[in-house]
Design a protein around this ligand. Sequence first.
Ligand SMILES: *Cc1c(COP(=O)(O)O)cnc(C)c1O
Length: 400
Amino acid sequence: MRTVYLDNNATTAVDPAVLEAMLPYFTEQFGNASSMHAFGSAVGAAIKAARQQVQKLLGAEFDHEIVFTSGGTESDNMAILSALEASPERDEVITSAVEHPAILSTLAHLEKTRGIKVHVIPVDKKGMLDIAAYRAALSERVALVTFMWANNETGTLFPVVELAELAKEVGALFHTDAVQAVGKIAIDLKSTPIDMLSLSGHKLHGPKGIGALYVKRGVRFRSQQKGGQQERGRRAGTENTPGIVGLGKAAELAMLHMDDEATRVAALRDRLEKGILQRVPSCFVTGNPHERLPNTANIAFEYIEGEAILLMLNRAGIAASSGSACTSGSLEPSHVLRAMDIPYTAAHGATRFSFSRFNTDADVDHVIEVVPAIIDKLRAMSPFWAGANEKAKDFKPVYA
Ligand SMILES: *Cc1c(COP(=O)(O)O)cnc(C)c1O
């Protein structure tokens, strides 16, 4: 059976060139970078090269602004905890209602255990931030503002450079969870007031369990993990050399492919959306159609369950998602779509198709071919669908 992987916002396939770059660091190059011999220095040089590859992808000014971590979740936790520790006179944090759980759960925990005040800024129906509410929350009590660059469920982009400028007016640090943006859109950090940025290897065809936190030179930083002096004392623990080398290679490849692939992948995504919207009644694309990642389509099919759609897609060889992987498995619709005030009847049936540079035109053809029949079948069984939608009566599906 033909298989189509369209869940690249959950994780991506490791690029074969990434794996190849990593392999020697499991075998001959097993040294510890801190060691005073040839085994150590070879590994130290490889880590430095990877740091420079990540620096380049981010447009950072210095390679030492990159701190390697175990992934996006650790980077997010580190940024928040460091910012609060570095500004003990400030006890408030600003974030948005549509952040990843790595941000929202961490902040909820700090609110409960440390009495930190968290301002959760709402979004509109397209997932765009309420800037007036953000301005109103800003004050000199705010230690950190953290807004994601690109939303993992809808692909909607926040204007993070502008948002960072506003944070600077009150002397707050600004962090962005850019796990979904890095490798997909051009980033040039040296020309921005962004203080910290999180990224993750496995979202850009690198390995799992490796990521980085960018920390702008001069930014107040407090290490959270204590131990050795690795990463200039900012993240203790012997370096994950294969992972770091793999992330560096993935960053280099992302740079190399970005311009061409952003255009090609966006065309695939647009064709998928158009194909489905033309053939299926009562469905719509969520998020901001103009300010979004090139690779993400989130389509809400009204009056059916996302879980049922995913099961049937899976049977047809198609891997998609009903929102963030962390919330699937529960029957509550995603917090992102609820924050966008998408009605329950549509949020339940929201399905995310996320592309990567490994997807092809044939993948899109297959999805467009099977989705209409799947939706039809599920709606025929849905008590909510019967007579629910007037518009649908006059709809002439193209595939019929
Ligand atoms: C995947 C993801 C994370 C978590 O990254 P891990 O490396 O899996 O810990 C954080 N934020 C966003 C927006 C993500 O998509």
